[in-house]
Design a binder for this molecule. Structure first.
Ligand code: 5GP
Ligand code: ZN
Length: 314
């Protein structure tokens, strides 16, 4: 038996990631905030990001979705019911706050004075950073949906504790989601029926897109089973684009996800016919799309191909 050497190594990929990161920082598009995966953004970044978001919204306008916006944190009680902590404990993050008295404050300040960590003086605040922008929605839908279900347009902050030097992996980022909650058939139709449109939209930005079954990083041994289930049942598709060249795995910049009755069951949501509701999301990863554009076309949108600028109304 011969063992074939892989043509590329993790080191090549790390180098490609470091190159892109250096380019984005060097061109001033991103600003290093001193913690991996947290960046400030320049006016140029923001202009492209807003153009991506507006194009995403235009592409889904026929959904006539109800607009909803949520804060970047969600109550622990609603986070609990999503079961996120069972699948992704390593990505979850909680808010803590100071609730002590003067004595505890003095102890905190003394620890700080000694150069010690002082966060242990804070207490859990029963708030979680929202890891997926549709999560706060489901608690609002407990009860019975109207016939035909409901469709929502939700954009907001996502936080996932994944510090990384890969500029495509941020700890704090934004998704624009188009969420449908309805029957098993209408949720599936929402996910499957819109894949072509979403793909065309991303391709109109001059990006090379493939649609592939998703393989989320479910945690631990139970997670391996969940990951297998996700692939076998084709629950989630990702729209991937090669950011680091043809020799490396492309990166997911959007997704189309069928939750089946997961949220319907946890949050007690029923269809007009009395069945447990099903749900599905289309998610545009706004920073990832924006950075993929800078990677593909360069850091100055003025020099991008005319058709790309037109698709983005830039
Ligand atoms: P999902 O819920 O499918 O994991 O995430 C939805 C979309 O958010 C992904 O397709 C991707 O575009 C974006 N996303 C997920 N994780 C990250 C991340 O770590 N950094 C950034 N910038 N975007 C992410
Ligand atoms: Zn969602």
């Amino acid at each position: 038996m011969t063992i074939t050497e892989p043509t590329t190594t993790a080191t090549d990929l790390d180098a490609a990631r470091a190159d892109l990161r250096a380019r984005l920082l060097g061109d001033g598009v991103l600003i290093d905030l001193g913690s991996p995966g947290l960046y400030g953004r320049s006016g140029v970044f923001e202009r492209v990001y807003q153009a991506v978001d507006a194009a995403a919204v235009r592409s889904q306008a026929d959904l006539d979705a109800d607009v909803l916006r949520f804060p970047p944190v969600e109550p622990l009680a609603s986070f609990e019911r999503t079961d996120y902590i069972a699948s992704f404990p390593d990505l979850a993050a909680a808010i803590s706050a100071f609730t002590g008295d003067d004595r505890t404050h003095r102890a905190l300040l003394a620890a700080r004075e000694r150069g010690e960590r002082w966060e242990s003086f804070l207490e859990p605040a029963d708030l979680m950073l929202t890891p997926a922008v549709c999560h706060p929605l489901y608690g609002l839908l407990t009860g019975t949906l109207p016939a035909g279900g409901r469709t929502f347009d939700i954009v907001g902050d996502s936080f996932r504790r994944e510090p990384s030097l890969d500029p495509m992996r941020l700890q704090a980022f934004h998704m624009h989601e188009f969420v449908h909650v309805g029957t098993a058939a209408s949720a599936r139709a929402h996910r499957d029926g819109r894949i072509a449109r979403l793909r065309e939209t991303l391709e109109s930005f001059g990006l090379e897109i493939d649609v592939v079954p998703a393989n989320d990083p479910f945690f631990g041994r139970v997670g391996q089973m969940l990951a297998r289930n996700q692939v076998e049942q084709a629950l989630k598709f990702e729209f991937v684009t090669p950011v680091y060249g043809p020799d490396h795995e492309p990166t997911a910049i959007s997704s189309a996800n069928l939750h089946e009755d997961h949220f319907g069951t946890s949050f007690g949501i029923r269809t007009a016919d009395g069945d447990v509701a099903h749900s599905a999301c289309l998610a545009f990863g706004l920073e990832r799309i924006t950075i993929a554009l800078f990677a593909r076309h360069g850091s100055d949108p003025v020099s991008w191909p005319a058709n790309v600028r037109a698709a983005l109304a830039l």
